[in-house]
Design a protein around this ligand. Structure first.
Ligand code: TMP
Length: 245
């Protein structure tokens, strides 16, 4: 007799062989402080899912649209020191609204898996408290930018700030890196230039988000070797979304 478990397994392998994945139409965010390995891990998950036949959209926030990349240039330019915190928050949200409308919502409607490198969770970590901005205010603006479609799961990559800042320092010593297929010059952006204490607060703001909403956030220890962290990512997605990846 075919049990429910057998049926689910059969459906799952059928889905796999037909290029479907249980993650179809899901929206997953990879976030955390600089140098914590989130972008590497986002690419690894993309490769794993695509190898299984899934259609995956990998995007970075801010960016990934023409307008979003222009806003990214404005908000991260170290020469734009005069940008006030509320403008900074709105610029990130504007880039995000464009990315949602232009590519993320259509991809989700098309049943693709969307992996996003940073998202609202970054604003709730980096802009929270600046010029008195509260989490409720940031969430209210995000609700408009996202049209109410929040991520299904946000993975927060965490490691001690000293450790992640050392990784960032090593990146600057190399001077160039490959980002989204392009070789780019590495210069400290407006946010990266902020002092160590700011980045420590950013870390605490990320941890607070996991504590506040553990159903949609999962903490990943980024200090382990890349392959081990990847296993933790797969486990976390399987567990939180109730899937067998
Ligand atoms: P990255 O995409 O190369 O990590 O750089 C983006 C920078 O922008 C990084 O320093 C974090 C910062 N940031 C914010 O301050 N708020 C946000 O909402 C987002 C998405 C990024």
């Amino acid at each position: 007799m075919m049990t429910f478990k057998h049926a689910a397994r059969a459906l799952h392998s059928e889905a796999k062989s037909s290029g479907m994945t249980p993650l179809n139409g899901k929206f997953i965010v990879f976030d955390g402080g600089e140098g914590c390995g989130k972008s590497t891990q986002a690419r690894l998950l993309q490769q794993r899912l695509e190898a299984g036949g899934a259609r995956v959209l990998l995007v970075r926030d801010p960016g990934s649209t023409r307008v979003g990349e222009m806003i990214r240039g404005v908000v991260l330019d170290p020469d734009h020191g005069e940008i006030v915190m509320r403008c900074e928050m709105m610029l990130y949200m504007a880039a995000r609204a464009q990315m949602m409308g232009e590519i993320i919502l259509p991809a989700l409607a098309d049943n693709q898996v969307v992996i996003c490198d940073r998202f609202v969770s970054s604003t709730l970590a980096y802009q929270l408290g600046g010029d008195g901005l509260s989490a409720d205010e940031i969430r209210a603006v995000a609700e408009i930018a996202l049209r109410g479609r929040w991520p299904d799961l946000t993975l927060i990559f965490d490691m001690p700030v000293e450790h992640s800042r050392n990784r960032v320092r090593a990146k600057f010593e190399q001077r160039t890196e490959t980002l989204f297929g392009e070789q780019v010059k590495v210069v400290k952006d407006r946010i990266e230039q902020r002092p160590e204490a700011y980045h420590e607060q950013v870390r605490q703001n990320y941890l607070a988000q996991v504590e506040r909403d553990p159903e949609r956030h999962k903490l990943i220890d980024g200090a382990h070797p890349v392959e081990r962290v990847h296993q933790h990512v797969v486990q976390a997605i399987s567990q939180v979304l109730g899937l067998d990846l």
